[in-house]
Design a binder for this molecule. Structure first.
Ligand code: NAP
Length: 293
């Protein structure tokens, strides 16, 4: 008879065996497939920079791109999708409703603006970017309509804490399928991950590389040296073995390629534990309970 921790480790190992490459997907609670690994495009300028990066990513196997109306580069993302040889239905495109557009009617309008910029006739995932007090429930109603109308395959949230999710779930007719939050070894979000798992909400990590702050970490460097991998690759692998969808951003071709080259090694349970121990509950981004934008 296996003890419970052996059972859960076995379960995680089986999930990892299903992750063969950058195109491997997780089945969300609504049955849709979402790639485990995607390219984040925050801080890439619209036009040639974002076009080049998205094209490079797609040519190197990526299928998932994470943008937002706030990033002001949806047009470039759309152009790269259009010029790509990969059919639209094989791509997975996420965008987000910005805070100042929240509310029922304003969300529907903002969605149309995003879709015009992206040049798409359906979206894969639409997220509420931040839990704006007094607004996110109305906003969610609009997302439910967009989903029912067939314009968005999946709807979800971002930067929601457990109490935001509990509040939303009281009235929601459709459950969010994804919660995209700041998550990296300095902020491992164990409690939120467990809550989301219990509700069938897939966790997705933003700033998985802590925007570069972890790249000189000695523990990660030592683990990487053993496998001939960079610290960034070790962190991305840690995400995957924790069944966390991850969207590292790079505007450099060799890093876009390297960040997806994480399917040919496996961290041991001891190494996973060493990385877990780096947690300091330290945010590099804003606190979802205390933001003013
Ligand atoms: N929902 C939200 O509120 C929210 C907030 C923030 C971010 N996001 C999403 O999450 C994505 C990722 O987060 P992020 O962009 O904040 O940060 P990140 O992915 O943690 O880190 C990006 C930084 O790491 C560098 N980098 C990437 N790969 C590297 C490698 N292999 N070796 C060394 N350095 C590397 C990049 O530089 P180069 O570009 O020069 O390679 C960049 O400076 C965003 O792009 C966005 O899509 C969402």
């Amino acid at each position: 008879m296996q003890n419970p921790s052996e059972v859960s480790w076995q379960f995680i190992k089986e999930a990892c065996y299903r992750m063969k490459n950058v195109q491997s997907t997780v089945t969300l609670s609504n049955g849709e497939q979402m790639p485990w690994l995607g390219l984040g495009v925050f801080k890439m300028s619209d036009g040639q920079e974002v076009i080049n990066c998205v094209e490079t990513a797609i040519q190197n196997g990526y299928r998932s791109i994470d943008t937002a109306s706030l990033y002001d580069n949806e047009e470039g993302v759309g152009q790269a999708i259009k010029s790509s040889a990969v059919p639209r239905e094989q791509l997975y495109i996420t965008t987000k409703i910005w805070n100042s557009d929240q509310g029922y009617e304003s969300t529907l309008k903002a969605f149309d603006r995003s879709m015009n910029k992206l040049g798409l006739d359906y979206l894969d995932l639409y997220l509420i970017h931040w839990p704006v007090k007094g607004k996110y429930k109305e906003t969610w109603k609009a997302l439910e309509k967009l989903h029912r109308d067939g314009r968005v395959r999946s709807i979800g949230v971002s930067n929601f804490q457990i109490h935001h999710l509990q509040d939303l779930l009281e009235d929601a007719e459709i459950k969010p399928v994804v919660n995209q939050v700041e998550l990296h070894p300095l902020l491992s979000q164990v409690e939120l991950r467990e809550y989301c798992k219990s509700e069938g909400i897939q966790i997705e990590a933003w700033s998985p590389l802590a925007q570069g702050q972890l790249l000189d970490n000695e523990v990660l460097k030592a683990i990487g040296a053993k496998y001939g991998k960079s610290t960034a690759q070790v962190i991305i692998r840690w995400d995957l073995q924790n069944e966390i969808v991850t969207i590292p951003k790079s505007a450099k071709e060799h890093r876009i390629i390297d960040n997806a080259n994480v399917f040919d090694f496996e961290l041991t349970s001891e190494e996973m534990e060493q990385i877990n121990e780096l947690n300091q509950n330290k945010r590099i981004g804003p606190d979802p309970d205390n933001f003013d934008f």
